[in-house]
Design a protein around this ligand. Structure first.
Ligand code: HEM
Length: 451
């Protein structure tokens, strides 16, 4: 039997049996939030925890998921205090953490700029960056060791920065923004979801001074770029330019939304790409099918938007990677008032969590839930049950950049996989770890091989 037919099982943290004490959970959670879930969490309708005064509910069934993410927007529109705490100094009232009237006014503006109807304008940036990467890699000696997650983060930073500020940015300016953002992100990385336990809420404050300086530097660069992008707005397809056309906002609002788009759109896509390369390297049958599709449809050239519908296997790999390693593995909401979800009473202030990490691997919803089987997403395969596949969340706060992320992943994979194969460094022991997003840990060392 082939590796794929057996269902290659990529790594996931060990799942304990039975209950652990709060202290044991805390220690596990600090290392990796994903290792706090026991085996039963992947088979049950709901898991409840009480930590200090806070009640936490993990909901896994369609009815409850729909109620938390879609049907009770007034109750569940607020992100968790931990997420707001970490991101507010940088994003201010940026869309991903805002709520109430600010969110309501900004959502249509931000949503419009990556709408499906604009993708034909935005995908050329992806193709250009993918081509540049192909040339960069081609200049490296065969067998070069790459830290693939960092490599994909740089690639995605180039795509999103050029998309936000326009293609007229010089390499220097691009680097300045990308480096400033990455530094900030490296610092807030300390915030893993163990802070949900409320024990290390002080952490963001410890970094207060550094953060103020760093944030000031980022804001200064971004303000300059926005002013320039707005001046060029008439003839520029930049996201900042189209926000200017879609609504009236002051410079601070532009800045907050530009930074939000960068943060929301950069590491998420980088993670999908990194995991996809990792999975392909472990599943030679899937890799061969991908190569066959790319050779047949593209014959060596980089794809444009018109090619994407002809690449169903490339898309299936992207979707299966998003299922197994959803970049945002937990969606947490703070209940604004007492409420009831699927018959269960939730007091005000409790956290309702829908975890794509769990729902995507739940025994009830998926056959061979822990196996890599891109075929389940091919046209003609039965679609996943409603509300059980949610890498981009769902409901009113669904990701506005879902199509952008999927197209970017497909275009970069398709361009680079036609010229290169990546091989995992022997002995590398890779595990998904939840930081702000779901990353390969400790690093992702891979060897570059020309094809
Ligand atoms: C594969 C890549 C991506 C994944 C998996 C992803 C996933 C998500 C998820 C799960 C959320 C909801 C978070 C929550 O409810 O706590 C979200 C929100 C958001 N995403 Fe994405 N995202 C991706 C790419 C992008 C891109 C490329 C952009 C922009 C160009 C973007 C912009 C946003 C924005 C603005 C929000 C906030 C929406 C709101 O709260 O109204 N995302 N994303």
């Amino acid at each position: 039997m082939t590796a794929l037919a057996q269902g290659y099982q990529p790594p996931y943290p060990p799942r304990h049996i039975g209950r652990l004490s709060i202290w044991q959970l805390y220690l596990r959670g600090r290392r990796n939030m994903l290792s706090v879930f026991n085996q039963n969490a992947y088979a049950t309708a709901m898991t409840r925890m009480k930590i200090g005064r806070r009640q936490i509910f993990f909901f896994n069934m369609p009815e409850a998921i729909q109620q938390v993410l879609q049907a009770q927007p007034r109750i569940f529109e607020r992100k968790s205090p931990q997420m707001r705490h970490a991101l507010e100094p940088l994003l201010g009232d940026g869309l991903i953490i805002s709520d109430g009237p600010v969110w309501k006014a900004r959502r249509p503006v931000v949503q419009a700029v990556t709408h499906a109807s604009r993708m034909a304008l935005l995908t050329p940036v992806m193709t250009t960056v993918a081509e540049e990467w192909r040339s960069r890699w081609a200049a490296l000696p065969a067998g070069t060791e790459l830290e693939l997650h960092a490599e994909m983060a740089r690639l995605a930073a180039q795509v999103i920065t050029r998309a936000i500020f326009g293609r007229s940015l010089t390499g220097d300016q691009l680097d300045k923004v990308a480096v400033a953002f990455s530094d900030y992100q490296a610092r807030i990385d300390h915030l893993d979801m163990a802070s949900m336990f409320d024990l290390d809420d002080v952490l963001p404050r410890l970094h207060g001074l550094w953060r103020r300086r760093q944030i000031g530097a980022i804001h200064a660069v971004v303000d300059q770029l926005i002013t320039r992008a707005l001046a060029a707005a008439q003839h520029d397809e930049s996201l900042v330019g189209s926000m200017a056309q879609a609504g009236t906002m002051d410079l601070r609002a532009f800045r907050n939304e530009a930074i939000t788009l960068f943060l929301a759109g950069h590491e998420t896509t980088a993670n999908v790409l990194a995991w996809a390369w990792f999975l392909l390297a472990q599943a030679p049958d899937a890799e061969a099918k991908l190569h066959e599709e790319l050779a047949r449809v593209l014959g060596g050239r980089a794809p444009g938007i018109e090619d994407l519908p002809k690449l169903p296997f490339t898309r299936a790999i992207t979707e299966e990677t998003l299922r197994l390693y959803p970049p945002i593995p937990l969606l947490a909401r703070e209940a604004a008032a007492d409420t009831v979800v699927a018959g269960i009473p939730l007091p005000r202030g409790s956290l309702a969590i829908v975890a794509p990490w769990i729902v995507h691997r739940h025994r009830t919803h998926w056959a061979e839930p822990d196996s890599f089987r891109p075929e389940r997403f091919l046209p003609g395969a039965p679609p996943p049950a409603r509300y059980t596949y949610l890498p981009f969340s769902l409901g009113p706060r669904v990701c506005t950049g879902a199509l952008f992320g999927i197209y970017e992943t497909m275009i970069c994979l398709a361009t680079l996989a036609q010229s290169f194969r990546l091989k995992l460094k022997p002995g590398a022991d890779i595990m998904p770890v939840m930081r702000l997003t779901l990353r390969p840990s400790p690093r992702l060392p891979m060897f570059l091989e020309p094809r």
